[in-house]
Write a protein that binds this ligand. Structure first.
Ligand SMILES: Cc1ncc(COP(=O)(O)O)c(C=O)c1O
Length: 464
């Protein structure tokens, strides 16, 4: 590759950066789109153009970009003590208070918090805890983890093994082996049979989970892991009854129920937790990150029930320590910011605000369902997507080479709103939780225009 020595910021970025989740060959042509500053729910690029942050960054900037209390919380903690760890019996006030507040706000089953730096680490820790738990119980064969097609659980080697999307699994040689099993994705629009009701679909998928458990042997299945509402796989909302049925099956076969709440958690889906939105299930383990600190600083957690904690704790003397910990796990500055974030959610009744503006969000999604490019418009709380199709009647999709969702994304961005193209040709919105009705209207006006412009571009790609 022949890269010129650059003298502008964007050229430097091409020459020295290795971008995350980027088509690097295309990047050499296009270069980066540089964000220069942010205010409230808006981002501004280095040419001064403003955009609604319609994806809350990466599903995370819940309180927008100008929350003085979070900046103050970080500064205050840095003044008091910039760092100490939580290894080997040491602790500090922000981690103690955060664990307390977080577990109190969690579903009743959850009583303990283990802090990490990201969603992927929360998942990785969860996987290791599940295996450790079963070793501690003298069940070395009970290790298989059931995940779902189109799931997103992060990118580290173990978490990536559960992320059932081709771009994550192809060519990385992840340890995706017979310890990671996969069942169908609970998206009725795409995978329901023509003669099936949504209820029947939920039952069929739950039966698939149970059949797999029986076929593999319940004594070999350790956990079922899923995002209550699936996020990066396309914003896929499960049919009513699906999760309670899965929960029942897990209980029947002594299988740990794990809810990945990395996107769902903290009011995103219209309740405080996704596990409430999908039927009030009680997970044994929950993973959280992102909105935990409103993305002001990186922090996540693996939250566990007392049942799981007690087994792990009793086993830990065997090797001297419970051998997981990250230098920055529970970092005091990150913990202080997360604690302040949780206080703001409560004090300002962010959940009440989400529930107040969500009907408009839904109304605007519903209105897009009749657009010629939109197969399904779906949402819950303040997260949703339109699924782009080439033919509304047959639900046929455009060929991948048409880049249907990226085309809609690009036009919508040019109108002034960031969405996100997702696998399966979804285009998602997941704005900061503090969006106003005016912001929502602007986002959807931009998306509607983006869809019209994309329809013209994509006309040549429609199947004959
Ligand atoms: C449900 C879910 N789990 C885990 C992750 C991984 O989180 P991170 O990117 O912080 O590692 C993500 C990221 O989007 C996610 O959506």
């Amino acid at each position: 590759m022949n890269i010129q020595i650059p003298n502008s910021l964007s050229a430097i970025n091409i020459a020295t950066g290795v971008h995350q989740y980027t088509d690097m060959a295309a990047h050499e042509e296009k270069g980066p789109h540089i964000m220069a500053r942010a205010e409230g729910v808006r981002l501004f690029d280095d040419e001064g153009r403003g955009f609604i942050d319609g994806m809350a960054g990466l599903w995370c900037t819940a309180l927008g970009h100008s929350e003085q209390r979070l900046k103050d919380a970080a500064m205050k903690q840095m003044d008091v003590m910039s760092y100490t760890h939580i290894f080997a019996h040491r602790s500090h006030q922000p981690a103690i208070e955060l664990a307390e507040r977080l577990t109190k706000r969690a579903p009743a089953s959850i009583t303990r918090a283990f802090f990490v730096n990201s969603g992927s680490e929360a998942i990785d820790t969860m996987i290791q805890m599940v295996w450790y738990y079963n070793n501690a119980l003298g069940r070395p064969e009970k290790k298989k983890i059931i995940g779902r097609d189109r799931a997103y659980h992060g990118v580290t080697a173990a978490a990536g093994s559960l992320t059932a999307l081709p771009y994550k699994q192809n060519d990385f040689d992840l340890p995706v082996n017979d310890r990671f099993l996969k069942v169908s994705c609970p998206h009725f629009y795409r995978y329901g049979k023509t003669d099936e009701t949504e209820e029947q679909f939920a039952t069929r998928l739950a039966e698939e989970v149970e059949s797999l458990i029986i076929a593999e042997g319940p004594e070999t299945i350790a956990a079922f892991v899923g995002e209550p509402v699936m996020g990066a796989g396309g914003v896929l909302i499960p049919p009513k009854g699906y999760w309670p049925a899965v929960e029942k099956i897990c209980r029947k076969y002594d299988i740990l129920l794990v809810c990945d709440e990395v996107i769902n958690g903290f009011c995103r889906t219209g309740e405080f937790w996704g596990s409430e939105t999908v039927g009030g299930i009680q997970p044994d383990i929950m993973t959280v990150a992102k909105q935990l600190s409103s993305a002001y600083l990186p922090i996540g957690a693996t939250l566990v029930s007392e049942k799981v904690y007690e087994v792990i704790a009793a086993h830990s003397p065997k090797n001297g320590v419970f051998g997981i910990g990250m230098t920055y796990g529970g970092h005091p500055v990150c913990a202080a910011v997360a604690l302040e974030t949780l206080k703001i959610y409560e004090e300002r009744d962010i959940l009440g605000h989400v529930q107040a503006v969500a009907p408009l969000f839904k109304e605007r999604y519903d209105a897009l369902a009749s657009h010629p490019l939109v197969g399904e418009a779906r949402c819950t709380g303040l997260v949703g997507a339109v699924e782009i199709v080439a033919d509304k009647d047959t639900r046929e999709q455009f060929a991948p080479t048409a880049k249907a969702a990226p085309t809609v994304y690009q036009h919508t961005m040019e109108q002034g709103t960031f969405g996100r193209p997702l696998p399966g040709d979804g285009v998602a919105f997941c704005p900061p939780l503090i969006v106003t009705e005016d912001d929502i209207n602007q986002m959807f006006d931009n998306l509607a225009k983006g869809l019209d412009l994309a329809a013209a571009d994509l006309a040549q790609h429609r199947p004959a």
